[in-house]
Write a protein that binds this ligand. Structure first.
Ligand SMILES: NC(=O)c1ccc[n+]([C@@H]2O[C@H](COP(=O)([O-])OP(=O)(O)OC[C@H]3O[C@@H](n4cnc5c(N)ncnc54)[C@H](O)[C@@H]3O)[C@@H](O)[C@H]2O)c1
Length: 301
């Protein structure tokens, strides 16, 4: 195809995609049926991971829970069964350890079968300014929040590709789109997670394997305790999100094959502005939005 025809095709398709989104504003997208799918959620011993387990359970899925917190997983398994999961399998797995990820993944394949929905959710934050953060915690943050995604994809993506069926869900953060003062290692790890998931999604697209979907989730602060101590400057514009609401929105995004989910909606605008404004305006915006001084308590490491 020559340059003129291909450009015209891209322009027309872009217009059509806008019309399509406008239509979907009024006519909801049909949700897919995930009953019987094998769903693995890392970091499902608490917070958003636990709530997602309950959401997936309500759709009659087989659940595979991974966490370093045995007691937390026990509670999640109990709640997931109450919510309707057909089966729940729990595994202690430290996602920051590549060999452990591969070992437990093999065990899952033997005992449960191929995972068809993978939710990379486990995450940690050091909550220290960059120069105060010990090297070991910085490395751990990168290992849990970013590198673990590489190893879980390596373990479970081949079967999804072979079956041309599956879904990769990355629980990243708005801190993976916009830098925040005081969260240097966390932001770097989440930028890495977003870039990784987006690139693999494009790689899948290029191979024509359109049966494997991706969803990248970038929420602002959620009231789970991970960022205790962080406050929002403008609660109407950037509210601290409620965990139940976030879990439901993630579920909706998975069921409708939504590729990017940014929460709250204002993050879409802030992410665009950040990329088009000149630096002085960006730093002014960061100060206005209260992104220059977040301190949070250390959670898990
Ligand atoms: N809470 C927020 O404000 C917020 C905002 C944006 C994104 N997120 C992301 O959402 C995800 C879930 O966070 P949350 O708020 O539910 O936090 P949380 O601390 O309640 O849950 C994290 C879970 O990950 C587990 N975990 C930690 N290290 C692990 C490891 N090495 N291997 C396996 N499991 C491990 C923990 O035991 C815990 O159960 C994280 O990736 C986080 O970065 C959270």
């Amino acid at each position: 195809m020559n340059f003129f025809l291909e450009t015209l095709q891209v322009l027309l398709l872009s217009i059509w995609y806008n019309v399509e989104s406008f239509i979907h504003f009024f006519v909801p997208i049909k949700k897919k049926n995930i009953a019987g799918e094998v769903v693995l959620i890392t970091g499902s011993g608490s917070g958003i991971g636990r709530l997602m387990a309950q959401e997936f359970a309500a759709h009659g899925t087989v659940l595979v829970l991974w966490d370093i917190n045995q007691e937390g997983m026990k509670e999640t398994a109990k709640l997931a069964k109450q919510s309707g999961a057909s089966r729940v399998h729990s595994y202690l797995c430290d996602c920051s350890n590549k060999n452990e990820v591969y070992r437990v993944a093999d065990q899952v394949k033997r005992e449960v079968g191929d995972v068809s929905i993978l939710v990379n959710n486990a995450g940690i934050v050091t909550g220290k300014k960059f120069m105060d953060a010990p090297d070991s915690l910085i490395e751990k943050t990168m290992e849990v929040n970013t590198m673990a995604h590489f190893w879980t994809y390596k373990a479970f993506l081949p079967a999804m590709i072979a079956n041309n069926h599956g879904h990769l869900v990355s629980i990243a953060s708005s801190a993976g789109l916009i830098g925040v003062s005081g969260l240097a290692d966390y932001c770097a790890s989440k930028f890495g997670a977003v870039g990784f998931a987006e690139s693999v999604g494009l790689e899948l697209l290029a191979t024509g394997k359109n049966g494997v979907k991706t969803t990248i989730v970038c929420p602002y602060f959620i009231n789970t305790g991970m960022f205790d101590g962080c406050q929002t400057k403008w609660p109407r514009l950037l509210p601290i999100l409620q965990p139940d609401y976030v879990a439901k929105k993630i579920m909706e995004a998975v069921l409708t094959d939504q590729v990017f989910l940014l929460l709250p909606r204002s993050i879409y605008l802030i992410a665009v502005l950040k990329n088009v404004l000149q630096w002085k305006q960006t730093s002014l915006l960061a100060s206005y939005l209260g992104l220059l001084g977040c301190r949070s308590r250390l959670t898990r490491h």
